[in-house]
Ligand binder design. Structure first.
Ligand SMILES: C[S@@+](CC[C@H](N)C(=O)[O-])C[C@H]1O[C@@H](n2cnc3c(N)ncnc32)[C@H](O)[C@@H]1O
Length: 225
């Protein structure tokens, strides 16, 4: 009963009519941000783990990006450590000309396939960011990076943004250790670290802390001035 209620609540939040089988729901979420389908009734309701998995389904764009989309200048966008493309594809759908970079060829191929399925086009590069690959300086209206922390790359990321362009960065802070991975301090932001890193940019949005009771993150949207 509790599971059913939780499923209904989640379904309502995502404007679906029913959440009946989280596997189907998640599979659909991989392919589409607009969750408007009604699913057929299956033999059981979703477990809480399945519901949680849905919440982090790789096909859904980051909430912080979606919430702030209207502030972002349209044009060329670069998704750093793009993964399988949830944010890149979302930006392409929103009219950006998107490039994505990641070290994982498999992730890039998945992103390209999803982009094809979604009817949008993205450019991709397989690169090891630890080697600080070359991207044109001041060429991007928007640079984004989600769930990836490489402190040595921060100066380049700032350079890649055009004057008046914007940067959106979100990743885990040290309080994440209470929820699970990542544990290594190298991959966790210190308090206020993003604010300090992008000092010199104009900070339009910033948040830091526990989100949805399950992850500790910092998110920034800053404009190059
Ligand atoms: C947690 S995923 C985040 C993916 C995406 N930004 C998102 O939020 O859905 C981290 C990504 O960083 C990529 N990555 C890790 N080390 C990298 C490196 N040295 N160079 C480029 N990409 C790297 C991984 O392949 C993976 O796709």
């Amino acid at each position: 009963m509790f599971q059913y209620a939780a499923g209904r609540a989640l379904a309502y939040r995502h404007k679906t009519d029913l959440l009946l089988d989280a596997r189907m729901f998640q599979r659909y979420a991989l392919r589409s941000f607009e969750l408007t389908k009604v699913f057929n009734i299956h033999s059981r309701v979703a477990t809480m783990d399945e519901i949680k998995n849905f919440e982090v389904a790789p096909g859904r764009p980051a909430q912080f990006l979606v919430e702030n989309i209207d502030l972002l200048p349209r044009g060329r966008a670069l998704d750093v450590a793009m993964g399988s493309g949830r944010n890149a594809i979302y930006l392409a759908k929103m009219g950006f000309e998107v490039e994505g970079v990641d070290t994982s060829r498999e992730a890039i191929e998945e992103a390209l396939e999803r982009a094809r399925e979604e009817g949008v086009s993205i450019q991709t590069r397989v690169e090891d960011l630890e080697k600080i690959p070359y991207f044109d300086e001041e060429a991007y209206d928007l640079v984004i990076c989600f769930n990836y922390l490489q402190r040595s790359l921060m100066p380049q990321m700032k350079n890649w943004v055009k004057p008046s362009g914007m940067l959106v960065y979100e990743t885990f802070i040290i309080d994440q250790v209470q929820f699970g991975k990542p544990h290594t301090p190298d991959y966790l932001l210190r308090y206020n670290e993003l604010l300090n890193t992008f000092r010199g940019f104009r900070v339009l949005r910033y948040r830091e802390g526990v989100v949805e009771g399950r992850k500790a993150i910092a998110s920034i949207l800053a404009q190059k001035v």
